[in-house]
Design a protein around this ligand. Structure first.
Ligand SMILES: C[S@@+](CC[C@H](N)C(=O)[O-])C[C@H]1O[C@@H](n2cnc3c(N)ncnc32)[C@H](O)[C@@H]1O
Length: 258
């Protein structure tokens, strides 16, 4: 049995409709040019994306599932590229694909290694909407065997082995999963020099799977700022209330006096 089919039996699809609706909401935020469905499965999402984008690439590694994907995508107008390969292989050459505006990581497990690979290989020069299905919750609740340093780039248990206390606290991390996910994305943003804005966080009703989406967008081009000097695009303008202003003035006077 392949990795994909092993997971299918344990997949909880009780919130499938909501998952699709959330993705379609983010899909409609701006016109989509190239869409990458990196865990295409049988193409339930791909079929919807195909209706409204210039170019669609679907990647599915399981040959049996891929056969169904090919059947299901027959007749779609946009003639998608259907690839029967491991998405990590595909991500090595992702930079060759122009105008990616939407990426879907609808994994059974945790797709963070692939998310990191995407941003390592694809410079963010325009807005890209990213949707993620993250199955780490189930792992944290049960065996807590997930390697956090590898998947979330944080090393919370550095000894190399887990004490009972560590294990319990690692299992309890499921409550902090949205924080862990945002930290992971912010770390990637810092590493590869882009900005992010989170769009939603959701959990299925059996509490074993989470869904989230964010937009990755480039940092402001400093040459646009020209003579304005103070515009950074990142730092909010600080406004003092008048009483605070007085305090600051007094403070300055005092400092001068010293
Ligand atoms: C949750 S299903 C995707 C469902 C699909 N989005 C849909 O709406 O029909 C995850 C799929 O990803 C595939 N998959 C898992 N790991 C993969 C990998 N490394 N590369 C490509 N496909 C992978 C599995 O075989 C499985 O079919």
């Amino acid at each position: 049995m392949t990795r994909g089919t092993t997971c299918i039996t344990s997949l909880d699809e009780s919130n499938r409709e909501e998952k699709i609706q959330l993705r379609l909401w983010t899909f409609g935020l701006f016109p989509q040019r190239t869409v990458l469905d990196l865990y295409a499965g049988e193409g339930n999402l791909s079929r919807l994306y195909a209706k409204d984008c210039s170019h669609l690439v679907c990647v599915e590694q399981d040959p049996e599932v891929f056969g169904k994907l090919v059947e299901n995508m027959r007749g779609t107008e946009s003639k998608p590229d259907l690839l029967n390969e491991d998405n990590q292989q595909f991500l090595e050459k992702v930079a060759e694909i122009p105008d990616v505006t939407f990426v879907d990581f609808d994994a059974y497990g945790c797709p963070n290694v692939q998310i990191a690979e995407f941003f390592e290989n694809y410079p963010v020069t325009h807005g890209i909407v990213v949707n993620v299905t993250d199955g780490s919750l189930l792992n944290l609740k049960r065996v807590a065997s997930i390697d956090l340093a590898k998947h979330y780039l944080v090393n919370l248990y550095p000894k190399g082995y887990l004490t009972k206390r560590d294990f319990d606290s690692k299992r309890a991390l499921r409550r902090l999963l949205p924080w862990l996910q945002e930290t992971f994305i912010h770390l990637l943003a810092a590493k590869y020099g882009f900005n992010t804005c989170f769009l939603y966080h959701a959990m299925n009703s059996s509490a074993n799977c989470t869904y989230y989406a964010f937009i990755a967008y480039p940092s402001i081009d400093v040459s646009l700022i020209g003579q304005l000097g103070w515009v950074t695009g990142k730092t909010p303008l600080i406004r003092y209330r008048s009483d605070e202003k007085t305090d600051i003035k007094n403070l300055r006077k005092k400092m001068k006096g010293n």
